[in-house]
Design a protein. Structure first.
Length: 402
């Protein structure tokens, strides 16, 4: 705390603080900075040593099939969980995780830089989810649709894909679930992102805004805020928030609703921050790959199940889960597209298929069901569970943010 004084030197001098005291404060500042320099040097040496070890890992793994074989979300989840366990402040868990996330990302990139397809265009929340999961040392490639992300992964054009799967206030993204019906794609990780919507505009005050562009989901996530603050503005739905931000660059009487990342990508000021109606508005994304991965210790399994027809059919499917103490987290039914009124179920359970209880319940489920597909056994989101995952943002409806 003492060194802060030196920032007010003119004041302290005019208040009669002796020149010795001032010298001591200056000395202290220098001493602290020397200590920081010494630590920075050590940190740099340690990071370089860590990067060297990651190269050793690469040598041990040998010439595997492709870059995807070098990315291990199970191991990364373990590393990040330990970071949280060890953290005693003063930096928050979120900040600490971000730093380690980027160190691992850089270590992995020197093994093989990953190519990750995501639902674009540039500036979407999905792109933000890519960086949340992989850090910034990846090659993130925007795709025009969810289907294109699946196709790129399936064709081996990219190593992984990232698509949204559900939002806490809007429900599931059915298009993503339906894509699993006819593909061999596996889920290799999940990412949770707290969605903060911002009003981006070149206008200096609300009264100058005549139109608001956004994806229809974002318009509805901010419905009450818009009704209260921009009741006269025309609301125009576009294919994405990023497209909305792109348009607003040249329209000073218009605003876009989008994330902070879009504001940075399109160079737009944030007039109001956090304008979403629900404070815990969260979207879950899936990382798509081509393989099932080993357990990380805190995992989730997603199954695609088709049952038989008749009374008690769904009960018979779920009963083995209950009997083996496997916790079901979610069940979603979707048309099977193989007959009228025929349905399949997407089921999320806690645990990994390597765990005995899950494996036994699955074996029984397989004998009961018409079809069981294991879509993935993957680590539960680590970063997304942090409450202030987006960093310091102004509170809903607060004064202009930028
Ligand atoms: O442990 C591994 O398998 C590594 O490749 C090392 C490492 C890391 O930097 O810790 C890097 C990339 C993987 O995704 C997981 C971990």
């Amino acid at each position: 705390m003492r060194w802060i004084w030196t920032q007010f030197l003119p004041w302290s001098t005019s208040c009669g603080i002796s020149s010795n005291a001032v010298a001591e404060k200056t000395l202290n500042l220098e001493a602290v900075r020397e200590r920081i320099d010494a630590l920075d040097q050590q940190i740099q040496v340690l990071i370089a040593e860590r990067a060297g070890l990651a190269q050793d890992v690469r040598r041990v793994k040998g010439d595997l099939a492709g870059p995807a074989a070098y990315y291990r979300p199970d191991r990364e989840a373990q590393v990040l969980r330990r970071v949280i366990e060890r953290n005693d402040g003063p930096l928050s868990d979120t900040v600490m995780l971000r730093l380690f996330r980027e160190i691992m990302s850089a270590c992995l990139a020197q093994q093989e830089p990953l190519r990750v397809a995501y639902l674009g265009p540039e500036g979407t929340f999905t792109q933000q989810a890519v960086y949340r999961q992989f850090g910034h040392s990846v090659n993130a490639i925007a795709q025009p649709s969810i289907e294109d992300v699946f196709l790129q992964v399936q064709a081996g054009e990219v190593d992984f894909g990232v698509v949204p799967v559900e939002n806490s206030s809007q429900g599931i993204v059915s298009h993503t679930l339906d894509m699993f019906l006819h593909s061999e794609i596996k889920i290799t990780a999940e990412v949770e992102l707290r969605i903060h919507q911002h009003l981006l505009t070149r206008a200096r005050r609300l009264g100058e805004i005549e139109r608001v562009y956004a994806h229809s989901q974002s318009l509805s996530q901010c419905k009450h805020w818009l009704a209260a603050h921009l009741p006269e503005a025309e609301l125009i739905a576009l294919s994405s928030n990023a497209e909305a931000a792109r348009r607003v660059r040249t329209q000073p009487d218009a605003a876009a609703i989008a994330g902070r990342h879009a504001a940075e990508v399109y160079g737009l000021p944030v007039l109001f921050g956090n304008i979403e109606d629900h404070v815990d508005n969260t979207t879950r994304f899936l990382v798509l790959g081509s393989e099932l991965l080993p357990a990380s210790g805190e995992d989730k399994t997603t199954l695609l199940v088709a049952g038989s027809d008749g009374p008690g059919a769904l009960f018979r499917l779920l009963e083995p889960l209950a009997r083996h103490g496997v916790n079901m987290k979610r069940i979603e039914s979707r048309p099977s597209r193989q007959g009228r009124w025929d349905y399949v179920f997407f089921i999320d359970v806690e645990g990994h298929i390597e765990e005995a209880a899950v494996a036994e319940a699955l074996a029984e489920l397989q004998s009961e069901a018409r079809m069981v597909k294991i879509l993935g056994s993957y680590p539960r989101a680590v970063l997304g569970r942090m409450p202030e995952a987006e960093g310091a943002s102004p509170s809903p409806g607060a004064a202009p943010a930028a």
